[in-house]
Design a binder for this molecule. Structure first.
Ligand SMILES: Cc1ncc(COP(=O)(O)O)c(C=O)c1O
Ligand SMILES: Nc1c(O)cccc1C(=O)C[C@H](N)C(=O)O
Length: 412
């Protein structure tokens, strides 16, 4: 006979967790169980003081000399080097800049230029929409077209006309995790390039761009990297492609010598050519603190904890919320998913709002998903227990049926 899991068991898991002290590195409001770090990471405790220092001592006191004195000019490369170990890249293969959407455009257009004889950009059906919007825009500009295919069948749609495959490693809704090595190899066998969107995986699951021999990648800085709302995103270009990949938004910061103010554009060597305009220094400083939270952390242990939190959530939902109409909408096997888990429910929207009112902050994704993100740096096993208990209460009381919870907010 199996003994049911109790809150005490969750507390014991937290007590034995060597990563538990990491939680103190973040500001987490009393009474809130934050399960949305996959959309907006929590505020690191050191960020406010660091930003205040950059504002007063660097901008305020050192003014324009800060570009050299505090190496503001080197920020995109420096942050790239901090992101590199989280995604299995080399330090000179990553820069922090722009938004993920803009970086998608830059790399998709660059890849199209590298394969001019091929006319198709292959993207997944139902992926995060910005990836597809950008692919369609590039296709229209170069006279090509976008083809879509189901995520799970993407490999079989790569033919000799595909210039580039754009795929998200961890799907923002289902949490399905693609096999990067396998899909990358399939693209290469057909002579196509591959661009991985790592927005929902960087900082949360194992990524090894080097071993996979990936070509290009992008990802968000404001999710698991804890860089703050609208944080700079990142882009990755494998060393072997860096000199060939053109810069399609050739701003002056990507020029070989920006301060020569030449009339003709000459691309900077390596990755710096993908810089466009002046880097947002305050946002970069916040991202620097977010990335600093990974210092000294055993990444494999961190990612294993994320899987354990997700496993526990699935187990408790099925044990304690059975009969309330929830269906697991993410892979059951931890190695096949990211660090968030979705359950489908016909009334997911008001249920999600009722949870938020009770301090359990997850999110709703249309049409019917309740999505809970487990950030292993700061989520506790007891949080998972408490979140499921709150959900059980919302369901047994029927409080989610109140009219005001049905009204859609602008940002969901
Ligand atoms: C998979 C994925 N790609 C791209 C984006 C867009 O990123 P950005 O807002 O930086 O353009 C997001 C989230 O917003 C995302 O989840
Ligand atoms: N970027 C966001 C925003 O500005 C407001 C609200 C949510 C977001 C998000 O990041 C959404 C997220 N990419 C998602 O997976 O749903």
């Amino acid at each position: 006979m199996t003994v049911a899991f109790r809150r005490q068991d969750a507390l014991s898991l937290d007590a034995a967790d060597p990563l538990a002290p990491m939680r103190d590195r973040f500001v987490l409001p009393e009474g809130v169980i934050y399960l949305d770090g996959n959309s907006l990471g929590a505020l690191p405790r050191t960020t406010p003081a660091h930003l205040a220092d950059v504002v007063t001592a660097q901008w305020g006191r050192d003014l324009i000399t800060s570009w050299n004195r505090h190496d503001w000019i080197g920020f995109p490369m420096r942050l790239g080097a901090m992101i590199a170990p989280l995604i299995g890249a080399r330090p000179d293969e990553v820069i922090a800049c722009d938004s993920t959407s803009v970086n998608l455009f830059k790399l998709i257009a660059g890849a199209a230029a590298l394969r001019p004889e091929r006319r198709t950009i292959l993207v997944e059906d139902g992926g995060f929409p910005t990836d597809r919007y950008m692919a369609e825009s590039v296709a229209a500009l170069v006279g090509g077209s976008v083809r879509t295919a189901p995520r799970e069948a993407i490999e079989s749609h790569i033919d000799d006309n595909v210039a580039l495959v754009v795929l998200t490693q961890v799907d923002y809704r289902s949490s399905d995790r693609a096999d990067m090595a396998e899909v990358t190899a399939a693209a290469h066998r057909r002579g196509a390039l591959i661009l991985w969107d790592l927005s929902h995986s960087a900082g949360a699951v194992t990524i090894d761009l080097t071993t996979c021999d990936a070509d290009l990648a992008v990802g968000c800085g404001y999710k698991y990297l804890n860089g703050g709302p609208g944080a700079p995103a990142f882009l990755f270009v494998a060393r072997r492609l860096q000199d060939a990949l053109p810069s399609v938004l050739p701003g002056w910061m990507g020029h070989a010598q920006p301060f020569a103010f030449e009339q003709g554009y000459r691309p900077a060597p390596g990755l710096a050519r993908h810089l466009c305009g002046t880097p947002p220094i305050l946002a970069m400083a916040a991202l620097e603190e977010g990335l600093g939270q990974f210092d000294g952390v055993d990444l494999q242990a961190l990612f294993a904890k994320g899987q354990g939190l997700g496993d526990l959530f699935i187990q408790l939902m099925e044990e304690r919320c059975a009969g309330h109409g929830f269906t697991l909408a993410s892979p059951r096997q931890a190695t096949a998913r990211g660090s968030h888990v979705c359950f489908a429910h016909d009334h997911a929207y008001p249920i999600c709002r009722a949870l938020i009112e009770r301090g359990v902050v997850g999110d709703f994704r249309a049409p019917d998903l309740l999505r809970m993100g487990f950030t292993p740096l700061y989520t506790r096993f007891a949080d998972v227990w408490d979140a499921v208990e709150t959900l059980r209460e919302v369901m047994t009381t029927g409080v989610w049926q109140e009219d005001r919870l049905q009204q859609r907010e602008v940002v969901t």
